[in-house]
Design a protein around this ligand. Sequence first.
Ligand code: GDP
Length: 294
Amino acid sequence: MFENLSYKLDKAFQTLKGKGQITEINVATTAKEIRRALIDADVNYKVAKEVTDTIKEEALGKDVLTTVSPGQLLIKITNDELTKLMGGKQEDISLEGSPATILISGLQGSGKTTFSGKLANYLKKQGRTVLLVACDIYRPAAIDQLKVLGEQIGVEVYSEPENKNAEQIAENAIKYAKDNGKSTVIVDTAGRLAVDEQMMNEIEGLKKSLDPSETLFVVDSMTGQDAVNTAKVFNERLDFDGVVLTKLDGDTRGGAALSIRTVVDKPIKFISTGEKMDAIDKFFPERMAGRILG
Ligand code: GDP
């Protein structure tokens, strides 16, 4: 995960090796290298600039008599700034309501259906009774895909293959969940290859009528800056509650993980790290910063 970024940050800190103390010049050099590493990792330019300006300021503001070396000090400050950048603390999804409803949004191929299965599995393990709802009215294959996952994890899947009204399907699913004692409903929705008006209207309508306890936006971390732009568009329409970053097991550069929080001001709540049903983790900003800094 983020090998290239980790390598470049390490190189940035190397510029301080052998330096006895923090000076304006050596901190500026390191900060510039850090900024370059972040931009290369697809971090939004403005975000990268803000972070490195803060790192510089923090470093210069420290007491020169500090016992740690300039390199260690910069690593510590960078760690704190990256943690802050990713939201500071871990945030959970809301499971209020009976049933608690979770709406899953995102582009096609982002990993929505896979994540819906994973989340169902995760919540089932916590003792919740989950109903998965296939609300993709355009791709019959998506319904089958969810059914296969449901079978694999032992979670019931609700679908109405003939019904082309997503809101109605979701409404019926909630009723079904209530009648059958399910505590949690996860609604997997249709996704397009790019943001389009019809899709945004549909998911917006679905959110209004469902009034979910949690709306999650799923995004492929491999798509870098596009991931951040898509998040912005979805957030403007949906005002979602949290982000799910998928495919962090792949060759991803890190920009999405680092920029999304600042750009849309919504926390990353889960990460997806593979195709298997247990490849799901809560997102801990501090742990992620630690991984990035190696
Ligand atoms: P959807 O169109 O948004 O529902 O996306 P899918 O759930 O169908 O996922 C698209 C593809 O990405 C599938 O081949 C999944 O197996 C794969 N996929 C989903 N999540 C992950 C992940 O975290 N890591 C990897 N490597 N592949 C994933």
